[in-house]
Write a protein that binds this ligand. Structure first.
Ligand code: SF4
Length: 480
């Protein structure tokens, strides 16, 4: 990969000075702990020098969530034909209800369940334990929603602290109901972020689902699974047709708009295609070890990365697929050129800063660059070293990298680097808009999307242009 062209005004020295000045304004103890998590990018450095996956420094206003969010919100919640029980007090289930835009097919409440099922713990459940209540709840849920294909139990904080045994309850109820009942010990106090919730969920898929089912149709040479696409704003529905157009047979999707029995039959596919490495690499590795299924990371953000990915996918198959890939690339080239002709002249030379979860800060860079936008700073809430190693070569020398950035740090960095766009989450959006800086939500796609695939890039380009070139930004300062 060739190194990114330098960005005007961005140098290693300037970035390091900015980090130093920012840390100097913090209490000494916090500054010391935060220092290893901030750095100036060195594209060829491996490992990337920025430290990650460590505990939050108390009181700094981290933007992280918890393991329950990583498990229920990210991995389990999108499986459309299961009832997902938020087990514990009312808060976590309600706050996470319908807020992540993992769209799903089906009839809500009948064949799909984008709802909040909760055991709504009271004090007596803390005192006497919640296992009995959980049994009753699972029974009731199965009676009231008989078309569910299984249930998951997602533990919230108290469950693990009071010594409940959801694993025993799940085993008992699975036998009694004759249905999948999957326990997931994803209490929010475990780990340091959403990330451990992904891992715990992957492990519960390993222990309770994978290998238990078979695809109804015969196994073929072009069978693949889409791993780590959560169908935000319809991303899966924009990505899957491309793979089908090149002749692949997408047998299951993990987990956006996913169906549990297909997920459980994924050990029969020929190749796992993984979009979100952070949240699903664990199960790809399990399937590789146990069933010898290779896996390949790909990136469907923006035409350049889509082309690269399609060619890399083709390399794993025969000449038929290779020829199809070239046909598909040729077919969409003029379509993408129309998009670029319209938006690139309006965006060329702009800069953006990104702060998202565990994948997008690196994965969306290509799509911004297709539009002529350079990334001056990027960081993750809960990435690990292997994610940062994949990020360094995607960014120009001297750009700013921040791990688990605090609200104070991010504000300082944005104030100094003055990007034309910030792409981050809902907790950041209004802060930067009030400062007169265009903002796009890079988790929820700002209620837009899809952004994956060729269809997605059309929407992405329009949205980024709409944000940056909105006339609103000229009206932030009063004329008086
Ligand atoms: S940290 Fe605990 S209480 Fe908070 S959302 Fe996560 S599981 Fe719920």
């Amino acid at each position: 990969m060739s190194e990114r062209k330098p960005i005007a005004g961005v140098t290693k020295e300037k970035t390091e000075k900015l980090i130093k000045e920012t840390l100097a304004e913090m209490p000494a103890k916090a500054a010391k702990k935060r220092a290893p998590h901030l750095g100036a990018n060195e594209p060829s450095a491996s490992p990337c020098a920025v430290k990650s996956n460590k505990k939050v420094v108390p009181g700094v206003m981290s933007q992280r969530g918890c393991a329950y969010a990583g498990a229920k919100g990210v991995v389990w919640g999108p499986i459309r034909d299961m009832v997902h029980v938020s087990h514990g007090p009312i808060g976590c289930g309600v706050y996470s209800w319908g807020t992540r835009r993992n769209l799903m097919q089906g009839i809500p409440g009948v064949t799909s369940f984008p709802m909040d099922f909760t055991s709504d713990f009271q004090e007596r459940d803390i005192v006497y334990g919640g296992d009995k209540k959980l049994e009753k709840l699972l029974q009731e849920a199965d009676e009231l929603f008989p078309l569910n294909k299984g249930m998951s139990i997602l533990s919230e904080c108290p469950v693990g602290l009071i010594g409940d045994d959801i694993n025993a309850v799940a085993k008992k109820m699975e036998a009694e109901l004759g249905k999948l009942v999957v326990p997931c010990n994803c209490e929010g106090f475990r780990g340091v972020s959403q990330s451990l919730g992904h891992h715990i969920s992957n492990d519960s898929i390993r222990d309770h689902i994978i290998g238990k089912f078979a695809f109804p149709d015969p196994v073929g040479p072009y069978d693949v699974a889409l791993i780590g696409d959560y169908n935000i704003g319809g991303d899966v529905w924009a990505a899957k047709p491309i793979l089908e157009e090149i002749g692949l047979n997408v047998k299951s999707v993990w987990t956006g708009d996913g169906e549990v029995e297909k997920i459980g039959a994924t050990h029969q596919v020929k190749l796992n295609l993984i979009h979100c490495y952070r949240s699903m690499n664990y199960m790809c590795k399990v399937m590789e070890e146990k069933w010898n299924i290779p896996w390949l990371e790909y990136n469907f953000f923006g035409p350049t990365k889509i082309e690269e990915s399609l060619r890399a996918i083709a390399e794993r198959f025969d000449d038929t697929i290779k020829a199809n890939v070239e046909k598909v690339i040729a077919k969409y080239k003029p379509v993408m050129q129309t998009v670029l002709d319209e938006y690139k002249p309006r965006l060329e030379g702009k800069t953006a800063m990104l702060f998202v979860g565990g994948l997008r800060p690196r994965h969306t860079i290509g799509a911004y660059e297709d539009l002529g936008i350079q990334i001056t700073g990027a960081g993750y809430e809960f990435a690990h070293q292997d994610d940062y190693d994949r990020t360094a070569p995607e960014m120009a020398r001297g750009t700013l990298i921040y791990d688990d950035v605090s609200e104070f740090e991010l504000e300082k960095f944005v104030e100094e680097l003055k990007p034309d766009l910030v792409g981050s989450g809902i907790k950041e959006k209004y802060v930067f808009q009030k400062a007169g800086i265009p903002f796009r939500q890079m988790h929820s796609w700002d209620y837009s999307g899809p952004y994956h695939g060729y269809e997605g890039f059309k929407v992405f380009a329009r949205d980024v242009d709409m944000a940056i070139n909105s006339p609103t930004w000229k009206l932030v300062k009063s004329p008086f």
